[in-house]
Write a protein that binds this ligand. Structure first.
Ligand SMILES: Cc1cc2nc3c(=O)[nH]c(=O)nc-3n(C[C@H](O)[C@H](O)[C@H](O)COP(=O)(O)OP(=O)(O)OC[C@H]3O[C@@H](n4cnc5c(N)ncnc54)[C@H](O)[C@@H]3O)c2cc1C
Length: 386
């Protein structure tokens, strides 16, 4: 019998499994598909530490410096991390917030700074800086390959003794007040610890043990365009003025996503994985306003994915409900880049009874009952994917 079952082999479940296995915990990962079959495989996978809370900036920074950058030594193999430099672009109305947030990020060690429009153009001459009042620039930001990251964690976990089984979990099992394992379509699995990391599909499993995760599934899209030969690469950017994000992809492509195309779903299994017919044109218009060289760039492909949105756009983490149950759900579109450090925290929590960062306790389910939602002091609202 395994000592822990991780439900979900997305980047979060795979990271938790890797860290549990590193701690010598006999771990079984179950997923109804292969690894990265959920939101992870469809992710934009931007990697940056630009967050409005110190805790999230710290988790993202540790993920960059402790995992994405030294991936081969830390995890093994490759995760496709590509350092392009990252810039968050703000208009006049967000200058004060950006100043505050960059100071907060620097306070936890993030290598970041403020740049004006001229300096931004010097950093990336492909950008039209019209409307940019200020930007945060992180030279060590970029993007990674989301499927390779999840598969890499899982492979490393298996090398450390963890097992993976393709099974659909139908219920969490309890005995008295404690977790007893999971029920699957193909039989019962026993374990005293279960980590629920099934993304947008977690809610029905949690409700079976009396927990309302407050997760609302939402569909988002990205489109990929072919860069013209004159545009070798560009920064990874979040443009809060025009309202999109973009990063290079592969050798010649640029990936573009936008928050304005988020749509709510009644059922996370009922969604179209192809982008809407009008999405590529809309994404093209947005990105070429900021990167004029991309005007008319040929559309090559696109995809949609499902997010697990919570009321404050932040995950639900840690022990909840029956003893032995740990939640790592509700990422609200920002889970990829933080998964490495969060996996380490969840594994520690399950083994030692406490996380290294005490601030993670504020990310429990209770906050939705008490109204103590997690927001940065300077934050325009709930975060959306990037
Ligand atoms: C288009 C898009 C762009 C994004 N861009 C970014 C970005 O730039 N940066 C960033 O940090 N984040 C981004 N995100 C969000 C990020 O990808 C997710 O937060 C992250 O991948 C979530 O990982 P996860 O492991 O929690 O969930 P998932 O990857 O969804 O994994 C859940 C797993 O659970 C499995 N599962 C579900 N139900 C069951 C069941 N009953 N039994 C067994 N297994 C089950 C699924 O098959 C799946 O493999 C983006 C997401 C999308 C869709």
């Amino acid at each position: 019998m395994p000592e822990a079952i991780v439900v979900g082999a997305g980047v979060v479940g795979a990271s938790v499994a890797f860290h549990l296995a590193e701690r010598g915990v006999e771990t079984l990962v179950v997923d109804r598909e292969g690894p990265a079959g959920g939101s992870t495989g469809r992710s934009g996978a931007l990697v940056r530490a630009c967050y409005p809370t110190a805790l999230e900036a710290d988790l993202a920074w540790e993920s960059i410096t402790g995992y994405f950058e030294p991936w081969g030594d830390r995890v093994g193999g490759g995760c496709g991390f590509t350092r392009t430099g990252f810039a968050y672009l703000a208009g006049e109305d967000r200058v004060e917030a950006l100043e505050h947030n960059v100071a907060l990020q620097r306070g936890v060690g993030v290598e970041t700074g403020l740049v004006g429009p001229e300096e931004l153009r010097d950093l990336d001459p492909a950008l039209d800086v019209n409307g940019v009042a200020l930007a945060a620039y992180e030279p060590r930001g970029g993007y990674a390959d989301p499927a390779a990251t999840a598969v890499g964690f899982l492979r490393a976990a298996r090398d450390l003794g963890a097992r993976f089984e393709r099974r659909r979990v139908t219920a969490l099992r309890t005995g008295g007040d404690a977790v007893a394992g999971v029920e699957t379509e193909t039989g019962v699995l026993d374990a005293p610890v279960a980590v629920l990391a099934a993304g947008a599909w977690s809610a029905p499993l949690a409700s079976g043990v009396g927990l309302d995760l407050c997760i609302r599934p939402a569909r988002v899209q990205v489109a990929l365009f072919e860069r013209p030969p004159g545009l070798r690469t560009h920064l990874t950017i979040i443009d809060s003025i025009i309202g999109f994000y973009a990063r290079p992809a592969a050798k010649r492509l640029t990936l573009v996503g936008s928050r304005s195309h988020l749509s709510w779903l009644d059922d996370p299994d009922e969604w179209d994985p192809e982008p809407d017919a009008d999405f590529p044109n809309a994404a093209s218009r947005l990105v070429s306003e900021r990167v004029p060289a991309l005007r008319g760039a040929p559309y090559r492909s696109g995809r949609a994915g499902v997010l697990d949105m919570t009321p404050d756009g932040r995950p639900v983490l840690g022990p909840e409900g029956p003893e032995g149950l740990y939640l790592a759900v509700g990422w609200s579109g920002t889970g990829f880049k933080k998964a490495p450090a969060v996996g380490a925290e969840l594994a520690r929590w399950a083994v030692e009874g406490n996380p290294r960062r005490e601030g993670l306790r504020a990310y429990g389910l209770d906050r939705f009952r008490t109204g103590d939602l997690v927001f940065g002091e300077h934050e325009p609202g709930v975060q959306t994917p990037h």
